[in-house]
Design a binder for this molecule. Sequence first.
Ligand code: SF4
Ligand code: SF4
Length: 326
Amino acid sequence: MANLLWLQGGACSGNTMSFLNAEEPTVVELVTDFGVNILWHPSLGLEIGEQVSDLMNDLIAGKIPLDILVYEGSIIEGPNKTGTMNYFADRPMKDWVKELCGVAAYVVAIGDCATWGGIPAVPPNPSESTGMQFHKRHIGGFLGAGYKSKGGLPVINIPGCPAHPDWVTQILVAISTGRVKDVLLDEFNRPKTFFTDFVQTGCPNAISFSQKVDGHFGKRGGCLFYEVGCRGPMTRASCNRILWNRQSSKTRANHPCLGCTEPGFPHHDLVKGSVFKTLHYLGFLPRDVPAGTSKLAYYTRAGFEKAMGTVEAVTGTNKVHFETSK
Ligand code: SF4
Ligand code: SF4
């Protein structure tokens, strides 16, 4: 059995909503099949007031082992590093977090706000928000670069806005079954199993990317990179491999990826003033040419495909024919 405490700081509860929609496994299966004992959760816990502070004090004193601390939301350090903007159970939340991180076997940060500060940490950052062990791209954050939990790992980062529910529950299974040390982390302490492939992997528009066929919001066919700034080619996440609700993803629904699993999120475009940033106007797009194709043949074919208004996309074993919008 693994005791889990979930706390929430500067957050919108989006990651809790996501977590409750997990399917592989579900939250109920976490408890019944994988031995996760949820001691308290801000949206699910029945305890209030001193019952919660007593529980946290018992955890800090070692009377109850804390196997997993899950943290959602930014660490609010304002004003002036006092943390009093985010009081919880009679103390700044950051003080609870610091002490609980000192006794937790493993610490998991869920969502962009907890991992790197997310939206609350966007300048001018009036709440002085930061992430658990990163501030945007820079290691350090609230706990410092050298932090390791009692189990010997840094904070395990599951970013996203929100994080995919199955990324969360599957990491919790890895901890509760004693396999978390086999989970490889990347340079941002994200589990490689979810954050190695780019979002583009598995996107049905991928052939349109290489053929330079433009796509548009909500219209099937065409790549969303060129006109609406899809960040699928530079965002590491398994959204097109582990589908949302087992059904779909942003790019499958022809909405551009916003790059929400990368530490720069939200990627505000200073030039155009929009998060739907496209690199088109910069004029140095990496114009990939498929292997074994001359540039002339490639551009001739791309132009032909575009002029005909059709493109074939191959998704797994299914061949899908899309009409592109003109
Ligand atoms: S829509 Fe986005 S993820 Fe899909 S092929 Fe185009 S750039 Fe890549
Ligand atoms: S498609 Fe992109 S923006 Fe959407 S959830 Fe995945 S990583 Fe985030």
